[in-house]
Design a protein around this ligand. Structure first.
Ligand code: GLU
Length: 452
């Protein structure tokens, strides 16, 4: 991957060369760093104090990274050993904050790319949270509840010593939902003998969780699309929406798209996608994916208006708005060409880094409005910060109140990215805007706090 990345401006090129040399087997991490460096060269050039304080050199190196053994016993009585990770990237703006991902593809490169993105995403929310990410190559699919519980307990037996409401506050990500968070939180409480509500977000609403946290990432991505349209005096009503994925982000992006009068027509998982011209039946999708934990083909089998396409991604389906909400690198240059050829107008990243760099470039040169995940999916972590506030104050806000706050945060994130893009001479470029606005906040705080 990194061999194919284009050359960077002189002001940031040597930092990237160091990253490449120091992290040679981490293509996703290199890709994420490259994208940020490419965007923020003008910020570095305009602020000589950032170079003097070594902001870039320090930002690309995690403050701390933890890797650990996670042994557990499966239902057949066999020993299993997974690898656990937590990369604590930056605490300059607040306690480390970011999700845990349980998926067989997890490795250090994936966790570092996610942690690096999280620094700037979290800064953009304006909520006083640092950046981190963690997880394991454990695959919860096909595992019994007892196996998942024993894995989570073993994972926390090591990770607890690095966490705390003022230190590091994890949440969910792919493969880590309400069930896993319950087990992880329970084990932390058991080991520490503290009911420290604010040490984990995404908790069940009955035991310290916040209203709207479950919905927040998907809702927030659609709110972001709404803001992009509002700049042009348009709205979502009547637009066809293509969503990938069928997890938490996808489901709530679909729900919000309906509420705003749009028609979501696709969903997917790693086995393929479904297209449903009558509009995705959300109850059916939720039953298959959330209750039965089944495969997406079952959706098409149960609905005559739908078709299942095996082994493909949904980007050849004509849509006005695309919301990639599955995983990283799921839109390549061919997918982008298909979307553009079919007249897509807006691409909003619900997942983290789902679009490959040449696909981003293709969208931007075709005047497709493109919102990077750092901005568009920031609603999830922003609502996590609202959960932390409620836990600290022992309060519980209503759904309506929380959704209003999320909407306002997404507007602020949009406006911050939009304004920074204008300021750096790239109007309408939300990649430059989001990276520059997030980076500026981090960099100013690092200068103020000294070389540590
Ligand atoms: N995993 C989510 C993200 O990518 C949420 C993190 C959090 O709430 O801490 O932003």
């Amino acid at each position: 991957m990194s061999e194919t990345l284009p050359p960077l401006p002189a002001s940031v090129a040597s930092v990237f060369e160091t990253v490449r040399a120091r992290n040679p087997h981490e293509p996703e991490f290199q890709q994420a760093v490259h994208e940020v460096l490419d965007s923020i060269a003008p910020v570095i050039e305009a602020n000589p104090e950032f170079a003097e304080a070594g902001i870039l050199e320090r930002t690309v190196e995690p403050e701390r990274q933890i890797m650990f053994r996670v042994p557990w016993v499966d239902d057949a009585g066999h020993l299993q050993v997974n690898r656990g990770y937590r990369v604590q990237f930056s605490s300059v703006l607040g306690p480390y904050k970011g999700g845990l991902r349980f998926h067989p593809s997890v490795n250090l490169s994936i966790i570092k790319f996610l942690g690096f993105e999280q620094i700037f995403k979290n800064a953009l929310t304006g909520q006083g949270i640092g950046g981190a990410k963690g997880g394991s190559d454990f695959d919860p699919h096909g595992r019994s509840r007892g196996e998942v519980m024993r894995f989570c307990q073993s994972f926390m037996n090591e990770l607890y010593r690095h966490l705390g409401e003022h230190t590091d506050v994890p949440a969910g990500d792919i493969g880590v939902g309400a069930r896993e968070i319950g087990f992880l939180f329970g084990q932390y409480r058991k080991i520490t003998n503290r009911h420290e509500s604010g040490m984990f977000t995404g908790k069940g609403v009955q035991w310290g969780g916040a209203e709207v946290r479950t919905e927040a990432t998907g809702y927030g991505a659609v709110f972001f699309a709404q803001e992009m349209l509002a700049v042009r005096g348009e709205d979502m009503s009547g637009l066809r929406v293509g969503v990938s994925g069928s997890g938490n982000v996808a489901i709530y992006a679909i729900e919000k798209a309906y509420q705003l009068g749009a028609l979501p027509v696709t969903a997917s998982d790693s086995s393929g996608y479904v297209v449903d011209d009558a509009g995705i039946d959300l109850d059916l999708l939720r039953r298959i994916k959330e209750v039965e934990r089944g495969r997406i083909a079952e959706y098409a089998a149960a609905r005559t208006s739908a078709r299942f396409v095996e082994g493909e991604r949904p980007w050849s389906v004509p849509v006005d708005v695309a919301v990639p909400s599955a995983t990283q690198n799921e839109i390549d240059a061919d997918d982008a060409a298909a979307l553009i050829g079919n007249g897509v107008r807006i691409v909003v990243e619900g997942a983290n880094m789902p679009t490959l760099p040449d696909a981003v470039a293709a969208f931007q040169s075709s005047d497709v409005l493109f919102a990077p995940g750092k901005a568009a999916n920031a609603g999830g972590v922003a609502t996590s910060a609202l959960e932390m506030s409620q836990n600290a104050a022992r309060q519980r806000w209503t759904f309506t109140d929380s959704e209003d706050k999320l909407r306002a945060i997404m507007r602020d994130v949009h406006d911050a990215a939009f304004a920074a893009a204008e300021r750096y001479g790239r109007p309408g470029d939300y990649v430059v805007g989001a990276n520059s606005a997030g980076f500026e906040r981090v960099a100013h705080a690092m200068v103020a706090q000294g070389i540590i």
